[in-house]
Design a protein around this ligand. Structure first.
Ligand code: MG
Length: 250
């Protein structure tokens, strides 16, 4: 029987690989239908294989400080209700691609860390800062998209307050063997499509005015959003687990 599959079987092995150059036996990546871009007026759609954490309808995938999340949901977004506390996903996950959209309050109030402050906490621990830094000076490692308290973003790519902004993250969580850290967390962040961090290693968990060492935890955790007392909005939150990548690095 003729083998009509495209590719070759008489080519050299690719160094460090089990496959030959143009190997016809090399498995095909799976097919994913891309999502659609968001606009200021309308949230986009997640890719076909994404796990949607918030689609604008309700907070059923989230919990609050004590029980259901108390933030407000309207017109396809959620908004912090100050004093109700951080919210976090019921679902726990690890290495992933994450998409999240947020908007600082259109009514500008406060300055420095007091203006449109919130935060995206990977695994509930590691904060990518959310802040309105449009004409709002603050300390560098607290800027929008900073790895809070340890690494400023490469650029300040803030839009005017009130406009929707995007974070696209690639997150590789830390690995522990017992209490010992064997692989620090790494993160890539695009803010409004612009690189803010590229494969940056997190030195430690993010904290305010302190440095604290890594503490052993599971390979999966919830995503948390911060109530810092400001009326920050979120919409269109989804992630894609990076199982294949996990297998490649482990
Ligand atoms: Mg914050």
């Amino acid at each position: 029987m003729t083998d009509n599959r495209p590719g070759y079987d008489d080519t050299p092995l690719i160094p460090g690989s089990n496959y030959k150059v143009h190997d016809k036996n090399r498995p095909q990546p799976r097919v994913v239908t891309p999502g659609t871009e968001s606009t200021q007026d309308k949230a986009g759609q997640a890719p076909s294989d994404a796990v949607v954490l918030f689609d604008g309808a309700d907070l059923s995938s989230w919990t609050g400080r004590a029980g259901p999340a108390q933030w407000k949901v309207q017109d396809g977004y959620m908004e912090v209700v100050p004093g109700t506390g951080n919210i976090k996903t019921r679902r726990h996950f690890g290495d992933c691609q994450l998409h999240i959209e947020w908007a600082a309050p259109g009514v500008v109030k406060g300055e420095s860390q007091g203006r449109g402050n919130s935060g995206v906490f990977l695994m509930g621990i590691y904060e990518v800062q959310v802040l309105d830094c449009f004409n709002n000076p603050t300390y560098a490692d607290g800027l929008t998209a900073a790895l809070y308290g340890q690494c400023p973003p490469l650029v300040n790519a803030c839009r005017n307050p009130g406009l929707w902004q995007t974070y696209d993250l690639i997150w590789l969580g830390p690995r522990f063997e017992g209490e010992k850290l064997v692989r620090p967390a790494r993160i890539t962040v695009l803010h409004n499509g612009i690189v803010a961090h590229h494969d940056k290693e997190l030195i430690c968990p993010t904290t305010h005015r302190a440095v604290q060492p890594y503490q052993s935890h599971a390979e999966i955790g919830p995503l948390a959003l911060q109530d810092h007392g400001d009326l920050v909005r979120y919409r269109n939150i989804w992630y894609r687990p990076m199982t294949d990548y996990d297998q490649a690095v482990n």
